[in-house]
Design a protein around this ligand. Structure first.
Ligand SMILES: [Fe+2]
Ligand SMILES: [Fe+2]
Length: 215
């Protein structure tokens, strides 16, 4: 399959996943949350994601021979650290400890699975294309919702500028590098894996943040 058509095909299930969340926005979007206590929990969980994403982008530098991809990953690692700083500062300003948080089992599984991807295209597809596209979509939902207080929207207005690129730049690289049937198959599977694990993480965050279960 031609690689530009392939990337378009990849985006289909990711966009479907995003729209499946329209009717019932997850806690991740902050929209259904009723108290600041719940909102701080979600922000702590999302702070963990920013740091874990920074770790992964940084960890992959040495094993990414494609120079342009490597440069983008280095930039993304820095941007994710900036996002982490914005969120941790906001949590502190509200009188809470940003790192008083234990990652949810589904969240650990999701990032460990990403860390296990060894091919540049799989990594770009799983962490960046699939993960960041969904995250970006949910940030837009959050920013548009009157149910979300402005103290949450403030850091995300800044974060969203970077995340748009984290989701879209991988499309260019995948068009360039996912050119063989074998590579395309691995990429398809990496995206599918990320969707499965993201759904589990969102469901777990719903339960925990809204006080219904330990995870
Ligand atoms: Fe980020
Ligand atoms: Fe990002």
């Amino acid at each position: 399959m031609k690689s530009d058509e392939f990337v378009q095909e990849l985006l289909g299930p990711i966009q479907e996943f995003c729209h499946s969340l329209d009717g019932q926005p997850p806690a991740y979007s902050y929209i259904p949350l009723k108290s600041d206590e719940e909102r701080i929990r979600v922000m702590q969980s999302r702070l963990f994601n920013e740091l874990r994403a920074a770790d992964l982008y940084g960890t992959w530098l040495r094993t990414t021979p494609e120079l342009e991809v490597k440069a983008t990953m280095a930039e993304s690692a820095h941007e994710e650290m900036t996002h982490a700083q914005l969120l941790s500062r906001r949590i502190r300003e509200l009188g809470h400890e940003p790192f008083d948080y234990k990652p949810l089992p589904a969240q650990i599984a999701m990032f460990n699975a990403m860390e296990g991807l060894n091919d540049t295209c799989e990594r770009l597809a799983g962490l960046s294309l699939a993960g960041e596209t969904v995250a970006y979509y949910l940030i837009q939902m959050c920013l548009k919702s009157p149910a979300v207080p402005d103290w949450i929207k403030q850091p995300y207005r800044r974060i969203t500028e970077d995340e748009a690129e984290h989701g879209s730049i991988p499309q260019k690289f995948l068009t360039q590098y996912a050119t063989t049937p074998e590579r395309q198959d691995r990429v398809r599977r990496a995206v599918a894996m990320r969707m499965v694990l993201f759904r589990e993480y969102l469901a777990s965050l719903d339960r925990w943040a809204m006080g219904k279960a330990a995870w």
